[in-house]
Design a protein around this ligand. Sequence first.
Ligand code: PMP
Length: 282
Amino acid sequence: RTVYVNGEYLPEERATISIFDRGFLFADGVYEVTSVLDGKLIDFAGHAKRLERSLGELEISAPCSVDDLLEIHRRLVAENDITDGLVYLQITRGAADRDFAYPTDATPTLVLFTQSKPGLADSPAARTGIKVISIEDQRWGRRDIKTVQLLYPSMGKMMAKAAGADDAWMVEDGAVTEGTSNNAYIVKGNTIVTRQLGTEILHGITRAAVLRFAREAQMRVEERPFTIDEAKAADEAFITSASSFVMPVVEMDGAPIGTGKPGAVATRLREIYLEESRKAAV
Ligand code: PMP
């Protein structure tokens, strides 16, 4: 596999970064994951825009232009023969003598690699739906910045696995924030409910697209906090993310949601999302 590190395309075995990199020492870095379908990037512009915002919030300077980033994405997709899969991008503040204060002279580190995922868009999980559990949200308070500080979501995923589930929805002050690596939705009657944007959740690129498509299809959308009890009593539930697109959720804390099968709204939104985003892919 060819990877990209600070201006170079290298075989993965030869790619290195400093042990003083602040991404390694402080989780002082941000990332993006862009999916690839039929060799093309899904919503690259959305990911590039959020990346700029994450960098801005942390006062990390952009290592190159958005056009350069697009070219690096495309070259890795081509060199690694990715038909369906992902491109992972990470930017850290760079290497500097260890100190909590941001260094003034560090050069940002830019790393990209690909993951091949044949059949990404027709995963069996989309036909059966996934099971989630509820856990307390113990992350920091700036979840709108897409940092590489992912230990709690990783622990949440392990808690889900231990409970025989696929993922966890996190709860703060009685309301669902989001999934460990996705945004969370319930459907009651003909209304889709998902938490409003704020510092409590990541502003999902897939979320923005799916809500736009839902509104265009005359579906009702309410952006507000909802509880686990509401989720358990919902007609259906689903998650969105760049790598799962729209994924039905059929069980919460061991109890079926609705019929216990993927719902009509989630299924339709998945179809619309895949169709429209393939059309707009670059
Ligand atoms: N929330 C969290 C916490 C995430 O990690 C992700 C995916 N990285 C999302 C939501 C979904 O965002 P996107 O649709 O941009 O992948």
